[in-house]
Design a protein. Structure first.
Length: 333
């Protein structure tokens, strides 16, 4: 079996992505075939999650890769070669701060569908396809380090999201352009930087922050379904599937939250975990923690379904916290 190793970020060079690796298993020895991933020899983006899946039901493993400031990349296995079909599948503009992807047949049609976690809608940041979040990164002050600048729309104009103090600590020369907080607050992004300064900057965007499901309709097309509002309270970090009510439809269990944000925005930790019952046709009933007895607050990072004897148990890990276990008792509803 071949191995994919996703690259997250260059050290102290955010948001520049390092090389991701495709390692081909040849008689027990791994050979670097990363050049087949894309024209940048494996620099797919800041990868957070990836899965091997037979998307088009041709008995060959395809690769789907998600990450921060990047689209949902789909690489279809064609006679042993991975071909990037992201654009053909209409996913190029589906850029997000994707956190996790898992596959399961959610509509019992014989192929995998894809649940993809994102940052959620309950944050300081707002975006849309027409008015995306954007990031520009280069060594603006020529001191040898990359300076990332994030912008967000207010009305029809783009503004930097950083406070003046944060910006000037990163790019000291900005103190000469903005003498007061009011002048900085009134300045659009276009007023802050010249075209020459932005010419060679790394430019990425984020058009979607909601966690979603991609419905697989025979490999093409892929239909986007937003997950219920309860799921959008916080970033999603882990996803599992189980038929909780014995109706022959897989249900979804998710955990998340994040405590790594800057003090200007605060933590994103409103989630107590999510249990979604599959009602068919990609509709879901969200079960409250008081009914499901699944309470998973805190910075949860991973879910794993195991068996203890013949009993299913869901393990939940927390960053710098304890490992929790939940016995799964199915119902007939």
């Amino acid at each position: 079996m071949d191995l994919f190793v996703g690259g997250r970020v260059e050290v102290q060079q955010y948001p520049l992505a390092p090389k991701s690796y495709l390692l081909e298993n040849k008689n027990g020895k791994f050979v670097d075939r990363s050049e087949v991933l894309n024209e940048e020899e494996g620099r797919l983006g800041m990868v957070t999650s990836a899965i091997w899946t037979d998307m088009n039901s041709d008995a060959q493993s395809d690769l789907i890769v998600v990450g921060e400031w990047m689209p949902i990349r789909v690489l279809i296995n064609t006679n042993g070669q991975l071909i990037d079909k992201t654009s053909e599948l209409g996913l190029s503009n589906l850029t997000g701060w994707w956190t996790q992807i898992e596959a399961a047949d959610l509509d019992n049609d014989g192929d995998d569908d894809y649940v993809i976690g994102n940052y959620g809608l309950n944050s300081f940041y707002k975006t849309s396809p027409q008015k995306p979040l954007e990031i520009y990164a280069r060594d603006f002050d020529l001191n040898g380090s990359i300076d990332p600048v994030v912008t967000m729309y207010s009305g029809d104009d783009r503004y930097m999201v950083h406070t003046l103090k944060v910006l000037t600590s990163q790019i000291p020369g900005m103190k000469n352009r903005f003498k007061t907080y009011s002048s900085y607050g009134e300045a659009t992004f276009e007023m802050a930087f010249t075209n020459a300064e932005l010419k060679d900057a790394k430019h990425l965007d984020c058009k979607v922050l909601s966690s979603i499901i991609l419905e697989n309709i025979g490999g093409s097309p892929l239909e986007v379904h937003d997950l219920p509002l309860d799921v959008q309270f916080s970033p999603i970090q882990a996803i599992e599937f189980y038929d909780l009510n014995s109706d022959q439809h897989l249900d979804i269990i998710m955990v998340g939250n994040s405590i790594h944000e800057e003090t200007t925005t605060g933590f994103y930790d409103a989630s107590y975990g999510n249990v979604l019952l599959n009602m068919g046709q990609f509709t879901w009933r969200s079960v409250a923690p008081s009914q499901s007895n699944f309470i998973a607050n805190g910075y949860k990072k991973s879910l794993e379904l195991i068996k203890m004897g013949n009993a299913p148990v869901l393990l939940v890990s927390e960053n710098n916290g304890k490992l929790a276990g939940f016995n799964i008792q199915t119902s007939g509803k």
